[in-house]
Design a protein around this ligand. Structure first.
Ligand SMILES: *[C@@H]1O[C@H](CO)[C@@H](O)[C@H](O)[C@H]1NC(C)=O
Ligand SMILES: *[C@@H]1O[C@H](CO)[C@@H](O)[C@H](O)[C@H]1NC(C)=O
Ligand SMILES: *[C@@H]1O[C@H](CO)[C@@H](O)[C@H](O)[C@H]1NC(C)=O
Ligand SMILES: *[C@@H]1O[C@H](CO)[C@@H](O)[C@H](O)[C@H]1NC(C)=O
Ligand SMILES: *[C@@H]1O[C@H](CO)[C@@H](O)[C@H](O)[C@H]1NC(C)=O
Ligand SMILES: *[C@@H]1O[C@H](CO)[C@@H](O)[C@H](O)[C@H]1NC(C)=O
Ligand SMILES: *[C@@H]1O[C@H](CO)[C@@H](O)[C@H](O)[C@H]1NC(C)=O
Ligand SMILES: *[C@@H]1O[C@H](CO)[C@@H](O)[C@H](O)[C@H]1NC(C)=O
Ligand SMILES: *[C@@H]1O[C@H](CO)[C@@H](O)[C@H](O)[C@H]1NC(C)=O
Ligand SMILES: *[C@@H]1O[C@H](CO)[C@@H](O)[C@H](O)[C@H]1NC(C)=O
Ligand SMILES: *[C@@H]1O[C@H](CO)[C@@H](O)[C@H](O)[C@H]1NC(C)=O
Ligand SMILES: *[C@@H]1O[C@H](CO)[C@@H](O)[C@H](O)[C@H]1NC(C)=O
Length: 496
């Protein structure tokens, strides 16, 4: 019976040693664990065209010297893995979950595929995770919710499908949430408003549906939000909070309806870009919008907006690009547009604008693109249009514009497209047309009242591909020299 005393002691010893073993596997990981994890990753890479891992990830040197690997200075454990743009193909092994000090994982711009192993949920120190531009598929794992330190999450450009897991909405340190260009669907969760550190929200180019939750405009740290190219419906939620950091809102190409909320702009002092094109928005352009004096880009085109273009538009003196076309806007082009000295693109096609083009637009010397086609404009083309040094594209087709074409337009060395089809323009083309148009590609003058000879000098416009003079009263023949222009299609006129 004396031996029985030893049994409990033996049991204690066994328990103790198994405790030690479990303790050691759990906590006593070291740089060798990291090496094993990275070698497991290397083994899963089945295409490495530049032989980066094949030659560099060698056990002869410490993992801390391997390409794309960084270690902490104190504890000498792997803290960052950056394999961005190495053209690697492969899958992610569960061993990666053993890199317990990993704070940054960037494997964007490769061809990794499959899904991430759940063991990665152990990476509690992760601050930065980018898988962008790979071929990962399946659903976004709900265990991403365990990355409580995460600041940047980028899964854009993969094949993720399904909904946004609600667990993502508990990552209170998240600053960047980038899920664009996937196949995600369902509603944008209301709980996204919980992300009180969020600065950049990129959900564009998916199939999200339903309403835009008003909670997204309740995140006071937002800098940029892009929900374009989805199937969102309903109206734009009004902004109730001073989001003094918000610089960009892009809701292009959804199915949004209703009015643009009139008081939305009371709270957006830094807004630089507002893109609402390609929806079904109605009502007038709200006057409040013109408080956003930092706006550089305003795009409201392709909607059902009505009423006039308010003269207050002249307040937006930082504007570089203004798109209001394909709406039901009426009235005249406000001359206050002449205040917008930084304007490069002015695009107002296919509305019901009347009256003459204000000549002050000819003072906007930064203009590159002017698009007023398909309106009911009358009067002349302002002579100053010939003085726009950067002008590249001029579209005035399908209006009732009369008078001459300002001769100096044919001297604008940056001009590529001149489209004046269907108007009542008259007069001659200058005899040296083409001599100073090295970039001209398209000259559309059809259905006007132009007359005179077709200048031989046009053959100097060596990039010209379309010359349409049909439906005018030109006399004589098409000069034979035009045959020197390769690829030229001539529409209208008789050949010599
Ligand atoms: C691996 O790449 C790193 C970084 O480019 C370099 O410093 C190191 O010498 C390379 N090691 C080997 C064995 O090629
Ligand atoms: C990743 O690819 C994108 C698109 O091809 C490119 O714009 C970006 O610069 C690349 N980023 C890196 C870090 O290689
Ligand atoms: C990646 O592959 C593409 C096409 O296979 C090639 O054009 C590109 O230069 C490669 N990039 C690198 C960094 O090797
Ligand atoms: C690391 O992870 C793998 C797979 O998840 C596991 O088999 C292995 O035992 C882990 N531990 C070490 C120390 O490598
Ligand atoms: C997160 O992404 C933003 C925007 O690209 C960048 O400015 C910031 O430095 C990133 N944060 C971290 C922790 O890398
Ligand atoms: C997140 O948001 C939801 C809905 O808005 C709310 O009910 C919940 O309490 C929030 N959770 C946290 C952790 O803040
Ligand atoms: C906005 O946030 C406030 C306070 O954080 C909360 O009381 C309110 O319900 C939120 N509104 C929306 C629409 O989420
Ligand atoms: C919004 O916040 C900014 C910066 O904090 C401040 O200058 C501005 O007056 C505020 N606007 C409103 C309407 O409260
Ligand atoms: C969005 O609008 C388009 C065109 O009006 C329509 O065909 C489509 O069914 C709409 N989609 C949704 C989700 O309402
Ligand atoms: C236009 O700008 C002036 C100051 O430059 C400002 O007082 C006025 O309120 C602005 N108008 C609108 C409609 O925002
Ligand atoms: C436009 O420029 C002309 C000179 O080209 C100048 O006389 C006129 O005052 C300018 N108009 C405006 C509104 O600035
Ligand atoms: C066009 O430019 C040329 C060369 O700069 C100049 O000789 C000519 O007078 C100009 N023509 C017009 C109409 O401005």
């Amino acid at each position: 019976m004396g031996n029985t005393r030893f049994i409990p002691i033996l049991m204690v010893a066994v328990l103790l040693s198994s405790f030690m073993i479990s303790f050691s596997t759990k906590a006593a990981t070291n740089i060798n664990t990291d090496q094993l994890a990275l070698l497991a990753l290397k083994a899963r890479v089945n295409s490495d065209p530049q032989n980066l891992l094949a030659t560099n990830w060698s056990t002869v040197t410490s993992v801390c010297n391997w390409i794309g690997v960084a270690c902490g200075s104190r504890h000498k454990r792997v803290t960052a893995l950056n394999l961005v743009g190495m053209n690697l193909t492969g899958t992610i092994p569960p061993h990666l979950g053993n890199l317990s000090f990993l704070a940054r994982l960037h494997i964007g711009n490769n061809s990794f595929h499959g899904s991430l192993p759940i063991e990665m949920a152990n990476l509690r120190r992760l601050k930065f995770l980018s898988l962008k531009n790979n071929n990962f598929n399946g659903e976004i794992p709900s265990w991403f919710g365990s990355f409580i330190e995460l600041q940047n999450l980028s899964l854009s450009g993969n094949n993720y499908m399904g909904v946004i897991p609600s667990s993502l909405c508990s990552l209170l340190k998240l600053e960047l949430l980038s899920l664009y260009e996937n196949n995600l669907y369902g509603q944008i969760p209301v709980a996204i408003g919980n992300l009180s550190s969020l600065r950049w929200l990129y959900l564009q180019k998916n199939q999200f549906s339903g309403f835009i939750p008003s909670s997204v405009f309740n995140i006071s740290s937002l800098v940029n939000i892009d929900l374009s190219d989805n199937q969102l419906i309903g109206s734009i939620p009004s902004v109730q909070l001073n989001i003094s950091s918000l610089e960009g809102i892009d809701l292009t190409f959804n199915n949004l309806t209703g009015h643009i909320p009139p008081n939305m702009f009371d709270y957006l002092p830094k807004l630089k870009g507002l893109y609402l094109s390609g929806n079904q928005l109605s009502g007038r352009i709200p006057i409040g919008l013109f408080k956003c004096q930092k706006l550089e880009l305003l795009s409201l085109s392709v909607n059902y907006l009505e009423g006039i273009i308010p003269g207050e538009i002249g307040n937006l003196t930082m504007l570089k690009e203004l798109y209001l076309g394909i709406n039901n806007l009426k009235g005249k082009i406000p001359p206050q547009i002449g205040n917008l000295l930084s304007l490069e693109i002015l695009s107002l096609p296919k509305c019901q604008l009347i009256g003459a083009i204000p000549s002050v637009i000819g003072n906007l010397t930064s203009l590159k693109v002017l698009h007023f086609s398909f309106n009911i404009l009358t009067g002349n083309i302002p002579l100053q249009f010939g003085n726009l040094p950067k002008l590249e594209e001029l579209y005035l087709a399908f209006n009732s514009i009369s008078g001459i074409i300002p001769p100096r337009i044919f001297n604008s060395s940056n001009v590529r497209f001149i489209v004046l089809t269907v108007n009542q323009l008259s007069g001659y083309l200058p005899s040296n047309t083409g001599l100073w148009l090295p970039k001209l590609e398209i000259l559309e003058l059809a259905a006007n009242e132009l007359s005179g000879l077709i200048p031989v000098s046009i053959s100097n416009a060596s990039r010209l591909t379309i010359l349409n003079i049909d439906g005018n009263s030109f006399s004589g023949y098409i000069p034979i020299d035009l045959g020197n222009l390769r690829d030229l299609q001539i529409l209208g006129g008789r050949s010599e």
